[in-house]
Design a binder for this molecule. Sequence first.
Ligand code: BGC
Length: 251
Amino acid sequence: MASPILGIDIGGSGIKGAPVDLSQGELAADRVRIETPEASTPEAVADIVAGVVEAQRSHLDEGSAVGLTMPSVVQHGIVRTAANIDKAWIGVDADALFTERLGRPVHVVNDADAAGVAEMHYGAGKGVEGVVLLTTLGTGIGSALFVDGQLVPNTELGHLELDGHDAESRAASSAREDEDLSWEEWAERLQRYYSHVEGLFWPDLLIVGGGVSKKAKKFLPLLKLRTPIVPAGLKNEAGIIGAAWHAQHLG
Ligand code: BGC
């Protein structure tokens, strides 16, 4: 096995990192998870990320690259939005910040884009041509759009308007939890969301990621769509794996 590359997924609730074996698209050691600090400012998050790197250091080559995801639009390393993370991130050159802090080359990418790339290489989208759309259902809704395997970055389809609301505030997994919705009630919202999305993009395949994709049997069969819709193959590890993939290939 080639030396693993560290992938770190920064989410609204936890910061998770593990070395990834990119020849298989698998974690090469157990992941480390640390709670995201209440004030998720660049400094506070950088401290935690440094702790995750330290905890996994024994698995990594000296000076090897690190891939990081953020729940934000990340345009050429610069954070442009911060829907579920401290607003102080907006405008920060995250590639430069983490590269300096960690003393390793760091490549930062949107969390859903990272998960999507992992699914296209190793998971539910492997070998699928045409238009593939992955959505992650978590604190927010993330999206990753592929055309013949090529990513169109930063699509942000979680922020489509749905019934006069930001779609993710109605249909993310957090809405189900916060409003104590039954699976059926939540599925009605997902139905409206995915009907809208498929009418706009006409995908060949929809992939559903995020932690709740482990429970896909409870809600995917309730949806009536013309597009095939399947759970992510890599479950919640796709972000970590895709982050490492980006660091290796684009860092
Ligand atoms: C953000 C996206 C992110 C998604 C999932 C949304 O609120 O705008 O950039 O991919 O949440 O974390």
